[in-house]
Design a protein around this ligand. Structure first.
Ligand SMILES: [Ca+2]
Length: 319
């Protein structure tokens, strides 16, 4: 009788995100949890109200039946001296007004009794990535402050992290994308680290917008986590009703893990992302320099129907 070799071919990931703003972070978490291909080793929250964001993450994890995933609060403030955030007030108002924890109670779930870890999100990220025999891919769908701080504290991350997976930047217009704009210093540190990275830019996320029928299909699901997600989507749409471009919902953040599983849904260019860190109006603009040997793989276009179809199939599935 031959020896059975158990092959664990799941992909270890760590999610650093800003759940509580645009609903795409919650959609990203829903997708990660719905895919057996991923082993989610931990979560950290970043930017401003990181404690409320962590509570939201814990509430969603509870609704999804994944209470075992630990959550830590990362950096609330940022590294950039020329930090600017014209829509900070708006985002905070939205997060305070919505409160996923309260929505959970309305929907008939207990508030999560779990609390964030008593360590800082940056230390948690470093710890999860530095463990021996585990290659962990940081999935970064917010401002890059936590990852940059981690690289500053522990440069050996560059030797052990197989790649980063990032939603950030815009390369086809002058639009300064939020995750870069809110901390250009952090973005510069991360993209200059020479770590390999899969990068989903703003434009690709815009192209992957859910239509009304798809949103309704989420609402019709019996899964408690999708009931919460549906409430969050409707809340976000209501909040953004005067800016339909924001209301989406667009799969900015979910495109990151989707690209890790199905790179063939996207077209890619290899090269290097460059961040303008100057003090002028162009601060935060990103440029891409093509180079076959460059560390960054940038998505330049996407098959919207394949991406959205795959996302819906996975989150609605009975896993
Ligand atoms: Ca995000």
């Amino acid at each position: 009788m031959g020896t059975r070799v158990v092959v664990n071919d799941s992909m270890n990931v760590f999610l650093d995100f800003d759940i509580g703003g645009d609903v795409d972070d919650m959609m990203c978490l829903a997708f990660l949890l719905a895919c057996d291909e991923f082993d989610l080793k931990g979560i950290s929250t970043v930017l401003w109200n990181v404690w409320e964001r962590a509570e939201e993450a814990l509430t969603f994890l509870q609704a999804a039946g994944h209470c075992h995933v630990p959550v830590a609060c990362g950096c609330s403030s940022t590294m950039a001296p020329n930090f600017r955030h014209p829509d900070r007030i708006g985002y905070d108002q939205w997060a305070r007004g919505f409160k996923l924890c309260e929505q959970a109670q309305i929907a008939g779930f207990e508030d999560s009794a779990d609390r964030p870890l008593p360590i800082h999100g940056v230390d948690f990220l470093i710890d999860r990535c530095m463990r021996e025999h585990e290659q962990v891919i940081p999935v970064l769908t917010a401002v890059l402050t936590d990852m940059a701080m981690a690289l500053v504290k522990e440069p050996r991350l560059c030797d052990v992290v197989p790649q980063l997976a990032i939603m950030a930047g815009e390369f086809e217009s002058d639009h300064i994308e939020q995750n870069i704009r809110c901390d250009v210093t952090a973005a510069d540190i991360v993209f200059r680290s020479n770590l390999k990275a899969t990068v989903i830019p703003f434009k690709v996320g815009v192209d992957c917008r859910l239509c009304e029928e798809e949103v309704r299909a989420i609402g019709e699901s019996e899964k408690p986590s999708l009931k919460l997600l549906y409430r969050a989507i409707r809340g976000w749409q209501e909040y953004c009703r005067e800016d339909s471009a924001l209301a989406g919902p667009c799969l900015f953040d979910p495109c990151v893990p989707i690209a890790l599983l199905r790179p063939e849904f996207f077209q890619w260019k290899q090269g290097r992302v460059l961040v303008d860190t100057g003090a002028g109006d162009s601060c935060g603009r990103t440029r891409f320099e093509e180079d076959a040997l460059g560390p960054h793989r940038l998505a330049v276009s996407v098959d919207r129907d394949l991406v959205v179809g795959f996302f819906m199939e996975r989150i609605l599935g009975n896993a």
